[in-house]
Each structure stands twice: as C-alpha cells, then as structure tokens.
Design a binder for this molecule. Structure first.
Ligand code: SDX
Length: 375
C-alpha cells in the first residue's frame, strides 16, 4: 500500500554533468576529475571554479578568481546589524541561513540572471566565512572582526577569521582538503532542495537559503556535529565499543555511518578524511581520539556492515583542526555553496519545474457535514 520507494531511494530524478557519485567505472568525480586527485593536489578555489565553470582554471584564471573572491569577502553594515541582533545561542547554521537570506534582500540578484548568477555565486562563496565568523566572534567576545584575514585562500581565511591569527600549514592543508571533499555530491538532499527551488525560477539566494536549511538536518550535514557530541564523553576504545553496542541494541542511529548511495562500497571521502585525522593526531602526538574513532568504525562494520561516511572522520579532522563543534556543519556549508551554485546554474540552463506526483493513501471521497451536525 502506498509508494514502494520511500525518500526517492534509487530514483533517477534528473540529469547532471557536475559529478558522479557511486558510479561503477568513475567513483566520485567532479566534472570528470577524481576527488582523490582534487583533494590531494587542488586548492578549494580551483575546485569551486571547476564546478561552476566546468574547467580547471589556468594560472591567470585562478589568480583573477582568487582576487575577485578576496574583493567580495566583506558584508554590508546593515547585514552586520542583522547578525549582531541574532541571539548568541542561535545555531550557526541558522545564522548562515539568515545571513544568506538577508544578503539576498540587501543585494538582490538582477534581472540579467544569465550573467549575474555567477556574481551571486562568487559573492556567497566569498562572504559566507566572514558572515558566519563575524557573528561567532561578536557573540563570543564582543569583537567586531575585519574581513581582512591576510589569507588569500578560503581554508586559511576561515581559520584566520576564527582564531585571529595565521593558521599552521598542516591545519590549513587539512581544511583545504575537507572543503574539496565537502564541495559537491550530486543530488544529495540539500542540493536537490536548491534545484527544486531554482526550478520554480525563484532567485539564487532563496535556492541557497533552502539548501542551508536542508543541510542542517542530522541525517544530512548535521551528522558531523552529532558524531562529535556522541564521542566526546568516551574515554577509551573499549568504552566506545560498549556505548555503540548499547546504542545499536536500543535501535539508535550512530551519526557518521550509513549512506543512501554508499551501501555496498565505502564513501571514498571517508578514507581521505581518516588519513588527515591520523596525520593531525600524529602531529599532535596523541592518537587517543583517533583510536576511539577507529574502534567505532570497526564495530559499526562488524555489527551492521555500515561504512563510515564523510562526516565521521570529518568530525575528528575538524576537532583536531580546532574548529568548534557547533561550526562543523557551517564549515561543510561554506564548501557546499560551490556545489549548490553549480547545480542552480545547471538547473536554470535546461529548466523544467520539479514537481513529482504522490501515491494517495488517504480516505475515500466523503460528503460534507455541516458544522452543527458534527458529533
Ligand atoms: C551526508 O546524500 C548525500 O550525498 C549526503 C552527503 C553529501 O555529501 O551531501 O554524503 C552528506 O549527509 C552523509 C550522511 C550523514 N548522515 C548520517 O551520518 C546520519 C546517520 N545515517 C543514517 O541516518 C542513514 O544512514 C542515512 C540517512 C544517511 C541513509 O539512510 P537510508 O538510505 O534512508 O537508509 P535507512 O535509514 O533506511 O537505513 C537502512 C538500515 C536501517 O536498518 P533497518 O531499520 O532496515 O534494520 O541501516 C540502518 C537503519 O536502521 N542504519 C543505521 C544507520 N544508518 C542506517 N543504523 C545505525 N546507525 C546508522 N547511522
């Protein structure tokens, strides 16, 4: 009774030339380039340019793009007033969602969408880190930080805004790799949400605002924050094993595991993030947390044949990079804006309103009963 396929599982809902996910002969690729190569060799700016413009930039194009993004990093004073008025206890994803929406009201997309959409994409990509960290530092210490971080690349920019000082090289490289890994993933829920919004010919900011709201959910981008919160109290691999077995016995979901697509094969991003977590742990001379994470990974596969997804070791990597847990998902969003932008532009280029049908499982037709005659 009812629709056999819940949550559109396994349903091909459209075409894309942007990425492949779980494709037998290609694995995870962005515009044909493997995510293994990109996370190893490319800066996040190169990958954002590739996703949005369908080509890896040459030296000139990359420097021009970097300069354009650096020049778009600030936010209007009116937006700072909005950010300062948000409660200190707001969730940072709500801050990013509100900031995106407010920027769309202050600097709306022009009617010349063909061209202006690229400006809006760059503007959001460039200004989101400052939008998020202006609010965070203001409410943390009352500081009204400048958008000038002295860092030309996004990874260093995020870290410098967060800490008020230049980042260590290994931390900057780990964050860069994480931004590349988080940038794009085909028709995931938040990207599909952006495409549905774009398909009604709504504006760019509305589509990205919808995507941010969707990414916040713990079954999606919110999993990295939840995984860290679950693991923080655990003191040893043995204690972790006991806790996971208790959770599984109670039919609880263990955040950071399982995936709609990666059922029979691991999430290719997970092993790359795991390697960064290992390197950062070794650099810090403390493998303690890494061994707890590794034991949980072993238990989940042994007990449920579930693989760790990008968010599991992504959480450990962010923790070891000094990112506060409540900023894990917002940093995921700072990267995914590039993928959302590419999909919004692709949807607009060959648009058809996205409106599926439903299997009706409600009551048969009924005669109206006037109010006075209802029991
Ligand atoms: C991301 O789609 C994307 O591409 C997303 C993403 C991206 O880059 O955009 O990759 C990013 O969102 C990664 C996923 C992060 N979410 C989590 O880590 C949350 C925990 N995971 C689960 O909620 C779940 O695995 C989903 C939501 C990710 C996928 O769920 P599905 O495909 O709907 O599968 P399901 O929930 O029906 O699970 C199938 C079985 C169930 O067992 P039974 O009820 O059939 O006995 O596996 C079990 C589930 O209970 N299961 C889990 C589990 N995930 C699935 N059991 C315990 N812990 C888990 N995490």
């Amino acid at each position: 009774m009812g629709c056999e396929v819940k949550g559109l599982e396994g349903v091909i809902a459209g075409d894309t030339a942007i990425s492949t996910v779980g494709k037998k002969d290609m694995g995870l690729t962005y515009r044909g380039y493997s995510v293994e190569d990109l996370s190893e060799h490319a800066s996040f700016e190169e990958v954002a340019y590739l996703l949005i413009h369908d080509k890896l930039p040459n030296h000139r194009e990359l420097e021009e793009y970097r300069t354009a993004l650096v020049n778009m990093r600030g936010v209007p004073d009116r937006l700072k007033v909005v950010l300062e008025s948000l409660p200190p206890a707001s969730h940072p994803m709500d801050v990013l969602r509100t900031g995106c929406s407010a920027l769309g009201a202050i600097e709306p997309e022009t009617a010349e969408r063909e061209q202006d959409q690229y400006r809006v994409a760059d503007r959001l990509l460039a200004s989101f880190p400052y939008m998020l960290l202006y609010w965070y530092r203001f409410h943390q210490s009352g500081a009204r930080i400048s958008h000038e971080s002295g860092q030309r690349e996004m990874a260093g920019h995020i870290l410098a805004l967060l800490n008020g000082m230049p980042p260590e090289a290994i931390v900057r490289k780990a964050i860069n790799a994480s931004l590349v890994l988080y940038a794009e993933h085909e028709f995931n829920a938040s990207t599909f949400s952006a495409r549905v919004t774009a398909s009604t010919l709504s504006d760019f900011h509305s589509a990205v605002t919808a995507a941010i709201g969707t990414l916040s959910g713990p079954l999606h981008g919110g999993a990295n924050e939840q995984a860290m919160k679950m693991i923080t109290p655990l003191r040893s691999p043995d204690e972790a094993e006991k806790e996971i077995l208790r959770m599984l016995a109670a039919k609880k979901k263990v955040m950071g595991f399982g995936h709609r697509v990666y059922k029979k094969q691991p999430d290719p991003r997970s092993s790359i993030m795991k390697e960064w977590a290992r390197r950062l742990s070794a650099e810090a001379g403390d493998m303690g947390l890494f061994l707890i994470f590794e034991r949980i990974e072993e238990v989940m596969f042994r007990e449920k044949k579930l693989f760790a997804n990008v968010d599991f070791y992504g959480a450990l990597t962010y923790h070891l990079c000094g990112i506060p847990t409540e900023l894990f998902t917002p940093v995921f969003a700072l990267a995914r804006v590039s993928g959302w932008a590419a999909h919004i532009i692709e949807q607009r280029a060959d648009n058809k309103l996205i409106r599926p049908s439903a299997e009706y499982i409600g009551p048969e037709a009924r005669a109206y009963v006037p109010l006075d005659e209802r029991p």
